[in-house]
Each structure stands twice: as C-alpha cells, then as structure tokens.
Design a binder for this molecule. Sequence first.
Ligand code: UD1
Length: 425
Amino acid sequence: MSYIIVKESPPLKGSVRVSGSKNAVLPIIAATLLAEGTSVINGVPNLKDVQVMSELLCHLGARVSMEGEKLIIDATNIEKLEAPYNLVNKMRASFLVMGPLLSRYRKAKISMPGGCAIGSRPIDLHLKGFRALGAEIVNHEHTYNEQGYVEASVNGDLVGEKIYLDFPSVGATENIMMAAVFAKGVTVIENAAEEPEIVDLANYLNNMGAKVRGAGTNTIRITGVETLKPVEYTVIPDRIEAGTYMVAAALTRGDVVIENVIPDHVKPAIAKLTEIGCHIEEYDSAIRVVGPEVIESTTIKTMPHPGFPTDLQSLFMALLCLCDGKSTVTETVFENRFMNAPELMRMGANIEINGKTATIKGVSCLIGAEVVATDLRAGAALIIGGLVAKGETKVRNIYHIDRGYVDIVGKLSNLGAKVYRVEEE
Ligand code: UD1
C-alpha cells in the first residue's frame, strides 16, 4: 500500500493554487443526469471521488470523458436506473444520483451508501424528502438478494411539497433540490443546508433552466419546470482544500498566498486563524496567511454553514496541538470525527476526548511516528502535523487522502515542505 513520508520542514513559503471543489462538483455531476445532451463542467479536480462518480454515470449509460480539468458528460442514453453496491460503497455521495434519476425517470434503485467512516451517516432525510414529493420508497434492508438497496419510484408526477429537514443536511438538501426540479408546483425545503456547495448546485440547475430560489438561506423554493438543457459551467474553488493550506501555513509559521479561493467561503477559518495569532490578508480571489510566533489557544465548535465546518476540524486539531495553553474542539455535526486524535497522540499530542469535546493541551513539539489516515481530512491533518514533527512521519492508508486532495504532496513540496509519496503494490 502506498504511503506518504513527511519530514520536519521549514516554514512554508510561496503560493499554492486551490483546485475546484470536490463537494460542489459531485452533486453537479449527478445533476447532469437531468438533461439530455452533453454537459461540460470546468475546474473539475482530478480526484478519486470524481472518478468514482464518473464511473457510476458510465454504469448508468452516460458517456463521460475528462480533458484536463474539463469533464464532459453526455447523459442522453441512460439505460440503467440502478446503482450497484460496488460503486456506491466507495463513496457516500453516489447516493446523490437518486434525486436526478427519480426526477427524470421516476424510478431509481441505489445501494446504501459508504464513504468516510465518520459516523453512522443515515439517509433518512433524503428519503423523507422524496416521500414528501410523492415517491414510494422501498427499503430492501432485510430483503434476501436485494439487501442494502433503497428503491424509489413514483406513478405519474412528483408533486411539490413543503419539506422540513430535522437537520440541515447538505446531501439531503441537494438530493431533494434535484428531485424537485420537475415536480409539479412549488417545493419548499425548510431548515435547508446553506453551504456554498448548495448555492453552486442551485446556480448550475438555474443555468440549465430550473427555478431554484433562496439557495444559501435556510429556505429554498423550487418551482417545477418541464425540461432542462445541458450547459457549460465552472465549479467553485474548494474551500476545505484552501483551509487546509491556510492551516499548514499557520502551523509551520510560514507565509503563504493561497490562490483561487473565495474569501467569503473560508470566513470561519480566517476568524479562528486570526484568533490564534496569524496575520491574514484577503484579496479578491486569494488569501495570504502569515503564521504566528506563538499559536494562541482557542475554542472551536463545528456547526452547519456558516458555522465552523466539520471538514476543517481535524486540521485545526492538528494545529492546536502546539498551542500555548489549552484549547477545546467540539464536534456537533458527526458523532465519530475524533478518530485522528489517537494518531496525533502517537505523535506526542496531549488530547483528551470527553464525548463531543476534545481538550488539547499544547505541547512544545510533535514527534514523527507511523500513523494511519482514518478518513480524508484526518489524513491531511496528519501530513500537516508531520511538517512540524521532529524526525519522520509515515502516513498510511493514504487512499483516503486521494479521495479529496489533488496532488497534496506536489503542492506542499512547492511551498518547501519535505514530503514524499512512496508507491507500493
Ligand atoms: C457533506 C460533505 C462532507 C461534510 C458534510 C457536512 C459532500 C460530498 N460531503 O456530507 O464533506 O462533512 O456535508 O458539512 O458534500 N444526517 C441525517 N440524516 C440524513 C442525512 C444526514 O441524520 O438523511 C446527519 C448525518 O448523520 C450528520 C449530519 O446530518 O450527522 C450532516 O450530514 P450531511 O450534511 O448530510 O453530510 P453529507 O451530505 O453526507
């Protein structure tokens, strides 16, 4: 299995370009299923998750090709309405094809999703939305032969309805938005997720001819239309990748310009980095982060957008391992997202977990160790931690990291980091 070696590195210096957003492009790829013809998506990050989603669309009958950062999808001939376990279990976001298939073909059968092991991650809110629009849901949880599949179908048309989400789930909001684009009348999603990726999907759908209003607020209204047309679209930059390099600059006491970022999308990271002592300059589409002399302690609580993003939590935990004093990190979005704490502790961190809260007592240095990436962001956090650890850190299970970071080793190396990837069978 391949692994990444990180050696103690000098302060990071220079500039790094952020790729297109993984979490924005995955639902947009699913949304191409809504129109006959050829859609073109620009700024697509070449990631394992994008490959899995493309494979899934090919399995359904679409023709997909990637030219650099351009993804071309012809969804004219969709022959299958079923997504099998071997594709869906690789990535939870595969479940996002259910909304578009149900919407355009009135039927879909999808294996229960997999993805990062950061909690139980149910799909009840997605299904609640589909049911409200008039779909019949059969959950083959205990059916011999079809175990683990969920089937949704509708006789006639889906019909717009008011749907209140018990939690502002990103995936459920996206799936319901896509299911509702052809529904008769008006669908209202209340307590909807407000993440920038929701706004990007709404913009994409509206470019196709949909009528989605209010994305970015907690109430989204979708007025059903008759047809959608394929369009060319450029995806937003990845705010979590941007946040990752911001943390790397801070932790190594570096001076890094992060390019291709929308500063508004990384407000929580800017606020927390400023609190711990960083100097930050914001430009139209770039951010300069100058690390502090002393990393001040702080408190972090993850929340749905515009709160502090759970996807940056493990990165900030790595940063706070070297804080002056005591910091706390509270995770409210996923119940199992402290799995990297024991790995950081193997590197000398002082972290105590009590339920949803981690208390981090700053230590003077980390020490290189052999560690395991337990999920995508946790893996990146271990690489970043390794940059300031004495000696050598070996990060295993890096397939998690490949799901969400375009060439993290190359990008960090360009900033002066001593980081290498070792390919093994
Ligand atoms: C998306 C992101 C992920 C990010 C997360 C939260 C993608 C591809 N992934 O994941 O990187 O960490 O948002 O910002 O965009 N929940 C339910 N029932 C449901 C759906 C969700 O209870 O039907 C719960 C989950 O268990 C979790 C919380 O809602 O506790 C948030 O999940 P959700 O917002 O749906 O995350 P994802 O869309 O899976």
